[in-house]
Design a protein around this ligand. Structure first.
Ligand code: HSE
Length: 344
């Protein structure tokens, strides 16, 4: 039984809990996987901790009602622990860090991840901040402590792109990649092509829950930049920093740019691209005018895709859901299953 502590309980945390409920039988039967959520901490709804596990249906219900005071009281339940208390004092095996992403400071998530490792707990996160900013420090800390650090959910939501590269393409040398890794901008460009107004479709992306809390990070390319840095460090093994990458967003693209490109047989896409050169890489996040024959040109809406360039089987592309609570919760679950397989 894997005991989970969730720090943050937004779309992704709720998506994960929904999957733990709906897939419990299948996960147990096929993989011998059994998990309980022993703690949840939020900024506004309060926190809950019970060493024997929380009732997941009651947890979702209390969250939907807006406050964990609606969660029924049982002996042994604690309601006043801070995230730090839960991370350092609870009996969790895994801390699942799902707080607000801040790719400028990486906080408070980075402190949560460090504290979890220092307390001997594994970490799984969907938070790009700590991974993009402190990749080597956090991976080294996890390795020193013999702990698992899972962050598949930071890139392309539910689509297992880094798992494909790490496990499925093992043995290949990956010389580079190109990808559409931000759903908000891809949705905006898709809708602009259909004649819809930029401001209206950006508001839709926010309402649908896949834009960041501050969508500047999406439309100016910072979200895609963080993802690119995570993939380069993880898959290419090159210590690339955020400030070493050329970045441009999509805000200067007009409806006329989009329709003119299409008329000429092209599509504008925000492309994250990296290419190995000796020991280093050149990398960029920029709008590119792709010919319609490029596999990335046909990736529309919230869908994401990444093409890995390999020396044995040539280019390999994975396409799938790039954002959303259930898909991203699924990526967190995938990391938990990987941890489970490794520790069995
Ligand atoms: N804001 C992000 C996107 C969410 O639009 O892709 C998933 O990381």
């Amino acid at each position: 039984m894997l005991r989970l502590a969730l720090i943050g309980f937004g779309n992704v945390g709720q998506g994960l809990v929904n999957l733990l409920i709906s897939r419990a039988g299948l996960l147990k039967q096929q993989y011998g996987f059994d998990a309980s959520v022993i703690a949840v901490a939020t900024l506004r709804r309060g926190s809950l901790y019970h060493a024997d596990g929380l009732d997941l249906d009651a947890l979702l219900k209390a969250s939907q009602l807006g406050a964990f005071r609606h969660y029924p009281h049982t002996a042994g339940l604690t309601r006043d622990w801070s995230p730090q208390d839960i991370i350092t004092r609870s009996n969790a095996d895994v801390v699942i860090e799902l707080t607000y992403t801040d790719v400028t400071t990486g906080q408070p998530a980075t402190d949560h991840v460090r504290a979890a490792f220092e307390s001997g707990k594994h970490v799984v996160t969907a938070n790009k901040g700590p991974v993009a900013l402190h990749f080597h420090e956090l991976n080294a800390l996890a390795a020193r402590k013999g702990l698992f650090f899972g962050y598949e959910a930071t890139v392309m939501g539910g689509t297992p792109n880094m798992r494909l590269a790490r496990l499925g393409l093992a043995g290949c040398v990956i010389s580079g990649f190109s990808g559409i890794v931000n759903s908000t901008t891809n949705y905006i460009l898709t809708e602009m092509e259909r004649g819809h107004d930029y401001e209206i479709v950006l508001a839709q992306a926010q309402a649908l829950g896949f834009a960041e809390a501050d969508p500047t990070g999406d439309v100016e390319g910072y979200d895609a930049l963080a993802k690119l840095v995570i993939v380069v460090n993880t898959i290419m093994g090159v210590p690339l920093r955020l400030d070493a990458v050329e970045r441009q967003g999509i805000t200067h693209l007009t409806a006329a740019d989009v329709t003119d490109a299409l008329r000429d047989g092209y599509r504008w896409k925000l492309v994250a691209r990296a290419q190995r050169h000796g020991d280093g890489v050149t990398a960029s996040v920029c709008p590119e005018r792709l010919p319609l024959s490029d596999p990335l040109a046909s990736v529309m809406g919230v869908t994401n895709a990444i093409t890995y360039e390999t020396d044995i089987i040539g280019p390999t592309t994975i396409v799938g859901a790039g954002a959303g609570g259930i898909p991203t919760g699924f990526a967190v679950l995938g990391d938990l299953l990987e941890l489970h397989r490794g520790t069995r």
